[in-house]
Design a protein around this ligand. Structure first.
Ligand SMILES: Cc1cc2nc3c(=O)[nH]c(=O)nc-3n(C[C@H](O)[C@H](O)[C@H](O)COP(=O)(O)OP(=O)(O)OC[C@H]3O[C@@H](n4cnc5c(N)ncnc54)[C@H](O)[C@@H]3O)c2cc1C
Ligand code: SF4
Length: 511
């Protein structure tokens, strides 16, 4: 008998181990393990989503005739797979597992599973991604600089998505310049999708409330789908109601008003489903492509959406496996500050931050611009230790897995890797947030000033950031204009802004 292990983010019938096992003889093993549920204090909704999706997936496998041994949290004493395998499967001839998404766990599989369980372990490549680590390595080899845009074009050619012969559909590779509109209410917000909860969901929600009460977040407004069918419904809903305007309002942000859609706007909410295997990334891209060819969604929206999955998602994974384990230790801007307490409590006078934290705490979700240009931007301007902010992002989002969270945070947000995710840091003042949202209208701080006692903290800290990193960035041609502006500023004005920033840096928790 062989044993096939299915991890919590491998809930797909396409995981390669299923093709290598025989349902009449072999057994599948799935387990809710303390090592995985608590190595960081994941948001309650993230644990509930994964446990419930695992249980539904296991039930589906059983219906399909597989013999599945499922270990529920609290019903067993195994903290990790090594102990479970050694105690229960000593007689098995082999263990098969699909390569996992996180360096930490992969290292344990490679170094400990076989040794500690005494059973030979075979690890198969994960075929659910569109670009394998080997393909990425080959693409990256010999290049002086890695840029997502060129990788993305390569992936468009490789998959044929939105390609017309050798040319990109519409004649352009990228329509991002059309995608920067603030939301002013002209287009009605899309409906919000709700799912009925079944017994499995209810049991898991009660379990999570019981065992993980001290983890961040609330389960009150748990809206995630937990089955393949619900994930597919989410995709269909996105294509019908959100994709047509996805491009236009991709960067917009709006103050939440209960569950009427301001927190998600036209975003897809599909990342957790894709990341845990309930949706296949290629099928998601094809559904969007189909909407373009059938005239249901415009090209700027469809290209923008496909670029996120085919481009960014695959690119960050490639970077992760290319550069780990040294990557996670990078801190090129030498930041050391702790994360302010409001990242967990949400209690801050900065309206934009409070809104993003509320969305995060209530839904284990924030869309990309909230993560990048608000909570991430602030951590960059403040100079937070990359490890601290990376851990926060890994804890608080339902879609957070190391391979995708780390490059996004350490690379894109913190520019701690020297620039694999962007040729310049995404640092921005409050004016960007003001342009793309309605937050500043309701804020105690003044977004128009930088040196007064009530000035927007983003403004003062932005100039402090630019000033303190002059050595690193003054030579960057994309930042020439900014340094030109700083150089032309009146010295007294610069001193006043820097003094205000210093006072903020002395006590960031007070903001
Ligand atoms: C600091 C930071 C941390 C992040 N951490 C994660 C994470 O842990 N897990 C995660 O899946 N995404 C992460 N992202 C990327 C992105 O913010 C989320 O994928 C997105 O917000 C998920 O919401 P959505 O499904 O509504 O996305 P949409 O805006 O609808 O985008 C469509 C899909 O594109 C993919 N995507 C978009 N941007 C990215 C990106 N930069 N990297 C990878 N995939 C992307 C996702 O699969 C997403 O579902 C992070 C971004 C930042 C700035
Ligand atoms: S004024 Fe500044 S702190 Fe307040 S919401 Fe606007 S950007 Fe955020």
């Amino acid at each position: 008998m062989k044993i096939g292990i299915i991890l919590g983010d491998q809930l797909s019938l396409n995981v390669p181990i299923l093709q290598h096992l025989d349902k009449r003889e072999d057994r599948l093993v799935m387990a809710e393990l303390a090592d995985e549920a608590t190595y960081v204090k994941h948001h309650k909704q993230k644990i509930a989503l994964i446990f419930s999706a695992m249980r539904h997936f296991a039930a589906g496998l059983q219906d399909a005739g597989w013999q599945v041994d499922y270990y529920c949290y609290g019903d067993h004493d195994f903290s990790g797979f090594e102990a479970l395998l050694a105690a229960c499967y000593g007689e098995a001839e082999a263990v098969l597992v699909t390569r996992c998404g996180e360096y930490r766990l992969q290292q344990r599989i490679d170094e400990c599973w076989e040794q500690e369980s005494g059973i030979p372990v075979t690890c198969l490549d994960d075929s659910r991604f569109l670009c394998s680590p080997a393909f990425f390595r080959q693409w990256a080899a010999g290049k002086k600089q890695l840029r997502m845009e060129f990788f993305y074009r390569e992936m468009r050619r490789y998959t044929g998505l939105l390609m017309e012969g050798d040319e990109p559909a519409g004649g352009q590779w990228n329509y991002d310049s059309n995608n920067r509109q603030p939301y002013k209410g002209k287009t009605p917000l899309p409906p919000v999708l709700h799912f009925e909860r079944d017994d499995i969901d209810e049991q898991v929600l009660a379990l999570v409330e019981g065992y993980f009460a001290d983890h961040i977040g609330s389960l009150d407004d748990f809206q995630w789908g937990t089955t393949r069918k619900q994930a597919q419904q989410s995709l269909d809903h996105f294509i019908a109601h959100r994709l047509p305007h996805f491009g236009d309002y991709q960067d917009a942000m709006l103050t939440g008003k209960g569950s009427t859609g301001e927190d998600t706007l036209f975003h897809s909410l599909l990342s957790p489903y894709i990341n845990i295997g309930l949706l296949d990334p290629m099928a998601v891209c094809q559904a969007a492509e189909q909407a373009y060819y059938s005239g249901e969604a415009p090209l700027n929206a469809v290209e923008g959406f496909i670029r996120q999955i085919l481009g960014w998602r695959e690119y960050v994974r490639g970077i992760y496996w290319l550069l780990m384990p040294d990557y996670e230790k990078e801190n090129r801007l030498e930041n050391q500050r702790p994360l302010p307490a409001y990242y967990w409590t949400g209690e801050t006078k900065m309206r934009c931050m409070a809104e993003c934290f509320r969305n995060t705490i209530d839904h284990a979700y924030a869309h990309h611009i909230q993560r990048l240009m608000v909570t991430g931007n602030f951590a960059l301007l403040l100079g937070v230790l990359p490890e601290a902010i990376c851990q926060w992002y890994l804890e608080v989002y339902a879609d957070a897995f190391d391979w995708v969270e780390l490059p996004n945070t350490l690379g894109m947000v913190m520019h701690a890797d020297g620039g694999y995710l962007g040729s310049k840091p995404y640092a921005a003042s409050g004016s960007y947030i003001n342009r793309m949202s309605d937050y500043c209208k309701h804020c105690q701080y003044n977004v128009k000033t930088a040196s007064e006692s009530d000035s927007c903290p983003f403004n003062s800290l932005y100039w402090h950031f630019i000033h303190r990193h002059r050595k690193q960035f003054a030579g960057n041609h994309r930042m020439k204009m900014i340094y030109g502006n700083l150089n032309r500023m009146d010295t007294a004005k610069v001193d006043a802004i820097l003094a205000r920033a210093q006072s903020l840096l002395a006590d960031p928790d007070a903001l």
